[in-house]
Design a protein around this ligand. Structure first.
Ligand code: FE2
Length: 333
């Protein structure tokens, strides 16, 4: 390993070659404890690349190692009375569908994406139909396409970041991506409803999924114990990029924190899970402080990206919010 994160003895068949940026100490330590000691951990023969953790009687976290050097990623399966919800599809290494079908006991699947990050949507090709927020539709279409996995390999075809069998890469196939509006309800049978909740911020049409029955919010990348990364606002060629900013996320989160009577726990797309809902209040406080004065950041990344320096503001007791100057406010029209 060429940075300070020592190996975790995970149960997945894949092995880490190297990482991109080092993750923070609390996330690393949490994942080490979870992956090396959690009693619910199972790896099924249907997909030896995915570590399955049971967080509730009917809620499973599917831990997928990241294939491009960034953070490992969680998918979730919630088994309802008639259907099972699948939140995100990761990179799609191995037979994800067979594993999900096993956990769902063969029930019909409702597959959804939080956003267009490749670590969240490339596995869509395993399924027939996937739902997303209408604002993110074009971006997911553009991301999950033939050749989408090529960047994980060097010019000689060798894995760069994660060692897995190339034969276990998914083969691209067309699937039906269905856009839905903010507030759309997915019914899993009986009174088991799940609502799509728009956040924006990390990605223009980033969405969370509020499971009203298990009282859990599946958060994607807008809650993260390492870095909560918010986008740069409008970018050339990026549909709806104007929603990828701090203020849009703040305004949407301000509505979410008025709904704590509806859910208790947060299940993000990376690192720490099973967080209490008051983490949202801490993130909202951090967003408000930045918007009030974007220059009062705690530290900046040493490297400057195409959108300028990336600044970090601490989220009390949890993480940091990372942003660039143009990503603070929505564009003035
Ligand atoms: Fe992600």
């Amino acid at each position: 390993m060429d940075n300070l994160m020592l190996p975790i003895q995970g149960a997945s068949k894949a092995k880490r070659i190297k990482w991109g940026p080092a993750q923070n100490a609390i996330s690393w330590s949490y994942m080490k404890l979870l992956r090396e000691n959690n009693k619910t951990l199972k790896v099924y023969p249907e997909n030896p690349y995915i570590e399955v953790y049971q967080f509730r009687e009917n809620v499973y976290g599917l831990f997928n190692q990241n294939c491009d050097g960034m953070g490992d990623v969680w998918m979730y399966v919630v088994v309802g009375p008639e259907k099972a919800l699948v939140v995100d599809t990761a990179f799609g290494i191995g037979d994800t569908r067979a594993l999900v079908n096993k956990l769902a006991g063969g029930k019909p699947l409702v597959v959804v994406n939080t956003h267009s990050g490749p670590d969240h949507c490339l596995g869509n090709v395993h399924f027939d139909t996937v739902y997303c927020l209408d604002i993110e539709y074009e971006l997911i279409k553009a991301k999950c396409k033939p050749g989408a996995w090529d960047y994980m390999f060097d010019k000689d075809g060798k894995n760069i970041w994660l060692q897995f069998d190339k034969k276990d890469l998914p083969v691209y196939k067309d699937y039906k991506l269905v856009p839905v509006k903010n507030g759309h309800i997915f019914n899993l049978g009986g009174d088991h409803d799940v609502e799509i909740v728009w956040t924006g911020g990390h990605a223009p049409g980033h969405a969370m999924f509020l499971d009203k029955k298990t009282r859990a919010m599946f958060c994607g990348d807008v809650v993260c114990s390492d870095v909560i990364s918010v986008g740069p606002g409008p970018s050339p060629g990026k549909p709806n990029g104007q929603y990828s900013n701090l203020t849009t996320y703040r305004d949407n989160l301000a509505k979410v924190v008025t709904r704590f009577a509806e859910f208790d726990y947060l299940f993000p797309g990376h690192f720490m899970v099973n967080l209490e809902n008051n983490v949202f209040s801490a993130i909202l406080d951090g967003l408000n402080v930045i918007i009030e004065n974007p220059e009062h950041f705690n530290y900046a990344d040493p490297a400057t990206g195409p959108a300028g320096p990336r600044m970090h503001k601490y989220v009390k007791g949890f993480s940091t919010i990372a942003y660039v100057k143009d990503g603070v406010y929505p564009p003035k029209s």
